[in-house]
Design a protein around this ligand. Sequence first.
Ligand SMILES: [Zn+2]
Length: 346
Amino acid sequence: MDHDLVFQVKKTKPKAFNLNSRNMRELPKGVLALTWLSGISLNNNRLLSLPEGLHCMQQLTELNLGNNAFEEMPPVLKHLHSLKKLHLFRNRISTLHPEVLEGLSNLVVLNLNHNKIRIIPTAIKSLSNLERFSIADNQIEEIPAELGLVRKLTEMDFTRNSLSGIPHELYELTRLRKLSLARNALGELPEGILGWKNLRIFDVAGNRLSVFPADFQFLELEEFYFEGNNLIRSELFKSTQDEEVLPLKEHAARFILKERLNKSSLVSNALQFHPGIQAMLSRFGRCAVCFEPFLTTWVECVRFISLRKDMGIKNSGDVPVRVFLCSYSCFNKSSCSYYVVCKVKP
Ligand SMILES: [Zn+2]
C-alpha cells in the first residue's frame, strides 16, 4: 500500500507529502527517492528512528515527526541543512545530542514540547536562525547562558518545566515578543529586564516569584499572566529609618562615579591606569529617587505598580517591582511610596 502511495506521489510530484496516522514503525524506503520534496509530515505514527538515507533529501525545509516514539533527535537530521521547521513534539526524547543541533543552523522553528528532556546543551547556540523555540512539558532545570546568543528568537515556551531561575544572558534576546515561563519553580528573575524591549506577551503564572525586577513597569507588555506566585503582599506600615553612615569605600566610589558621569577628565585619566577599579565601578546602580550613582545598593525596596494605570495592560491588580535607593535619606524623603520588605511570621 505504501508502495502505491509513493508511486502516486512520483507521478504528481507534489512539494509536500503527508504520511500521518498510518501506524508506521519505519519510513517506507520509497520515500527516500522523492528527493524534490520540501515537506514531509509523519505525525502520529510509531517511528523510533529515521534511515541514514534521508540525508539525500536536501530540499527538505519542513519535517513533522510529532506523536511518535523517538527517544533522541534522529542523528540523520544533522545532514538536513535546508531544514527550517522541525516538529518533534510528543515523543520520548530525553537527550539532545550537540552534534545534531550543530547541523541545524538554518532552523527557524523547533518544537520539542511534551518530551523527557532534562538538559539543553550549550550547542543550542548553533541554531543562529531560530525564531520560535518551544520546549514546554519537559524536565528542564536550567537554561544555558548560550541560549542568549540565539539572537533572532521572537518566541519561547518553557511552560511546565523545573526551572528555578533563568540566566541574565536571556535579556540579550532583544527581539523576543512572546515568552512563557509558566508553571516552573522560579524564585526570582535577574535584574536587567529592560533588555526585553520588544516583549509583548509574558507568562510567569504558577511560579514562586515574590517581586519583579527593577524597571519592570517600563516593559511595553500587552498581555501579562502572573497568578499563582508568592508575591509580596501590600500590607503597609508607615515608618522612617535612621540615616546611615556609609563606609569610606562607598563614599569614595560614589564620588568617583559622580565625577566620571560628569565627564571629569582628571578622573578618567587616572582610571585608565587602574583597570581593576574600572571593572568594579562598571557595576554601579542609580538611585530611583535622586538618580545619583552608587556602587553598593543601600536600600532595596519595592513599589507597587498598577498594571492598568502604570503599564496600560488590561489586567487588574498591582505587582511589586524592585526599587534600589542610595540611602535611607532618599527613602525618608520619597513621596513615591516605596516600601522596605520585611518578613512577618504567619
Ligand atoms: Zn538617592
